[in-house]
Design a protein around this ligand. Structure first.
Ligand code: ZN
Ligand code: ZN
Length: 346
């Protein structure tokens, strides 16, 4: 079968290859992939600067599809079911985090599309327990965005707990910023999305999503806007989704006293110049949030089923597997918000 394989470490080293089809043994479910989204981490793997990736491996960890085969130990999932799958493929099963179903924190975790073959392929397998049958009103295109949506749910509803009536500031109008904003809005928060003039394409998508304000920081005064909305206090929560250090420092300056700053964007390097002097006088809570865990998948599918979040609205390009390079290039150049590869017909 056709698969997009990262075959060696380093820049590039990514191509369509003909690889053996996976088999549905034991408790495995075999899925014919219909849609698979391109994630920022795929771009890092392509560039050769994502250490977590273990070549040779088929990329793709955001996908949906139709079940074509089930192993002898599969109990509930049936051939023909429309599904999406968690990215967790294997964990140790015994550590504290595994016991708490926090697989994102298991040190022995292997994920689809990074250490095990993923969804940029005609077929992919995962354990039944990690596969979710789609609720009635959720489409396959929506479902291919469950993983990034679950990351936003984990950050906004599990790591921090956004509440009705709160004012929330999101830095970075890319896919993660817009999904995080949508999750906060679904919980009744007032959401402001902030970016730079180069984000104009992304602002255009953001404007369709019904946020309170969209702010181009190079043209408008973000401080004034935030203080005006919060009686001078500052936002209750700031979600830093840009991975830019200036935005992180602005987050600390703007967040209200005792407020929360949640780090969702990844930084290009580990050691950075950050204003930590401001933590003490303001009692700021700065939190990291790592991908997603099973509870966030359940919540994400429910938000889509109830029509509270429509993640497909951020999809600006759908292309074919053979055309992956154009999709990757346009994503890297920020010409698109979210690119989804249609691997097969639904
Ligand atoms: Zn991802
Ligand atoms: Zn574990």
């Amino acid at each position: 079968m056709k698969a997009l394989v990262k075959y060696a470490k380093g820049p590039g080293n990514l191509e369509i290859r003909n690889v053996p089809e996976p088999e549905a043994l034991k408790d495995f479910v075999k899925i014919r992939v219909v849609y698979a989204g391109i994630c920022g981490s795929d771009l890092h793997t392509w560039a050769g600067n994502y250490a977590g990736n273990k070549p040779p491996v088929t990329l793709g960890h955001e996908f949906s599809g139709i079940v074509v085969e089930t192993g002898p130990d599969v109990k509930h999932i049936k051939i023909g079911d429309w599904v999406t799958s968690e990215t967790t493929f294997e964990t140790c099963g015994t550590c504290l985090h595994c016991k708490n179903k926090e697989y994102n924190l298991c040190s022995a975790r292997r994920g689809l599309g990074t250490q095990a073959d993923g969804g940029f392929a005609e077929y992919v397998i995962n354990h039944e327990a990690r596969v979710h049958v789609l609720p009635k009103h959720v489409t396959l295109l929506q479902a291919s965005l469950t993983e990034p949506l679950a990351c936003a749910v984990h950050g906004a509803m599990e790591t921090s707990q956004v509440k009705k009536g709160e004012t929330v500031l999101v830095f970075g109008p890319g896919a993660m910023g817009l999904l995080t904003g949508m999750v906060c809005k679904s919980q009744g928060a007032k959401v402001v999305i902030a970016g730079l003039t180069k984000d104009e394409n992304r602002f255009a998508v953001a404007r369709e999503l019904g946020f309170e304000r969209i702010v181009d920081q190079m043209k408008e005064n973000l401080d004034e806007i935030m203080y005006e909305m919060t009686d001078g206090a500052g936002p209750d929560k700031v979600y830093e989704c840009s991975g830019a250090i200036p935005a992180l420092n602005r987050s600390f300056e703007l967040v209200r006293k005792k407020g929360e700053v949640v780090q969702i964007g990844l930084f290009p390097k580990d050691y950075n110049e950050v204003n930590v002097g401001i933590f003490f006088p303001k009692e700021i809570h700065y939190m990291g949030t790592r991908t997603q865990k099973p509870s966030a998948w359940v919540t994400s599918l429910k938000l889509m089923e109830e029509g509270l979040v429509s993640p497909e609205k951020i999809v600006t390009m759908i292309t074919q597997l053979d055309n992956w390079e154009e999709g990757f290039t346009r994503s890297r150049n920020a010409e698109e918000v979210k690119v989804v590869i249609q691997v097969s017909e639904s």
